[in-house]
Design a protein around this ligand. Structure first.
Ligand SMILES: [Zn+2]
Length: 358
């Protein structure tokens, strides 16, 4: 199965590059409208885009130096009957775009994670906030200018997915249970703690926050401390993001099916004290990342209903206890007398329940 996706990034072309891009916008608009006029006049109803472009380039030499792939795409788009009625608007400051292909002679490439090579435009600074999927191939790119003057590139990539088996290998299925003390616990008993530096950062943040509370509001030191805290928060956020990216990529590579609870993180964080909220927040981000990474790889996340008593059910005999306090980390099943770790037991149940529904 072939997967096709778009990934959009902010780009920051320099003045010369902006000029080139704006020229391409203009030429694309010109070709598009010229083509529509010709079709109206009964010309080119079935012509090949290459030949049409050749003719235009003879007639208007300024088109010869403009990105040919972008102009061809303009003709393709105009040939599409849906677009036939809509002329390009000529307002200079409105939304503008053009699409160009990744061709061997004029490739589109990400360079060093901070530049994108765009045909005819050159190496443009890019805010590469998330990488393209490893095995993907760049097909084409659409360069856009928004009314606010910002430029974006939407990169269209494709990759082949081997069909995932309907009944995956048991070793490639994992059940995970949210944990407010660890991030999550899996059905084999592994605990995904946040790294120690993250905990150290939490302690530091608490300390610096207290320091600020003791200062005179509005004073010079207060202001300084506030700046310091803001930069620490920023670093903490990056640390968390980096770690969660690594963790979710690992899981998505290692497993074909991930079973988890369909949690409402907002209602959960109300139960905890303020300090624990960062963790709940982290789990929400974790879940979103995991979701798109599994999807990208053609894999599945299965959810168990949030009312399913995953903690209170004994995974050995199936007995459901009435009461289980949050503080009880370990409990003994009154039926089969198994000693159960609260989180691991829940993770096993989540996995079992999901596979039952499969
Ligand atoms: Zn039992």
């Amino acid at each position: 199965m072939e997967i096709i996706r778009q990934y959009k990034y902010l780009i920051k072309p320099n003045l010369t590059q902006k000029q080139i891009i704006n020229d391409i916008f203009g030429s694309v608009r010109f070709v598009h409208n010229r083509f529509l006029d010709d079709v109206k006049a009964g010309k080119f109803m079935k012509g090949k885009a290459v030949l049409i472009l050749e003719e235009y380039r003879e007639e208007y030499p300024f088109l010869k130096t403009v990105d040919g792939s972008a102009l061809m795409n303009a003709i393709f788009q105009a040939q599409d009957s849906h677009n036939r009625l809509s002329r390009y608007k000529s307002k200079r400051d409105s939304y503008a775009s053009y699409t160009t292909g990744n061709l061997p002679r004029s490739p589109i490439k990400i360079l060093n994670r901070d530049r994108v090579l765009i045909p005819k435009v050159g190496k443009v600074e890019i805010v590469y906030h998330r990488p393209l999927p490893k095995e993907s191939v760049i097909r084409k790119a659409t360069i856009m200018r928004y009314p606010d003057g910002k430029y974006y590139v939407s990169i269209c990539v494709s990759w082949d997915l081997p069909d995932t088996p309907i009944f995956p290998d048991q070793n490639r299925i994992i059940g995970i249970d949210y944990s407010s003390t660890h991030l999550f616990v899996d059905d084999k008993g592994n605990k995904a703690d946040m790294p120690h530096y993250y905990k150290e950062m939490q302690e530091r943040l608490t300390k610096e926050r207290k320091k600020m509370q003791r200062m005179v509001k509005g004073g010079k030191n207060y202001y300084k401390q506030r700046m310091k805290l803001a930069s620490l928060y920023h670093r903490e956020k990056n640390q968390r993001q980096d770690y969660l990216h690594k963790l979710t990529s690992q899981l998505a590579d290692q497993y074909d099916v991930i079973c988890m609870e369909d949690l409402d993180m907002q209602s959960i964080s109300q139960f905890h004290s303020l300090g624990k909220r960062t963790y709940d927040n982290a789990f929400g981000i974790f879940q979103r990342m995991l979701e798109y990474k599994m999807k990208e790889r053609g894999k599945k996340i299965l959810y168990v209903d949030r009312y399913y008593p995953s903690s209170k059910t004994c995974h050995v005999c199936g007995y459901v206890v009435k009461d289980l306090q949050l503080s009880e980390r370990e409990w003994e099943c009154p039926m089969c007398h198994s000693i159960l770790d609260r989180d691991v037991n829940a993770a096993i149940n989540i996995k079992k329940q999901c596979l039952k529904n499969l």
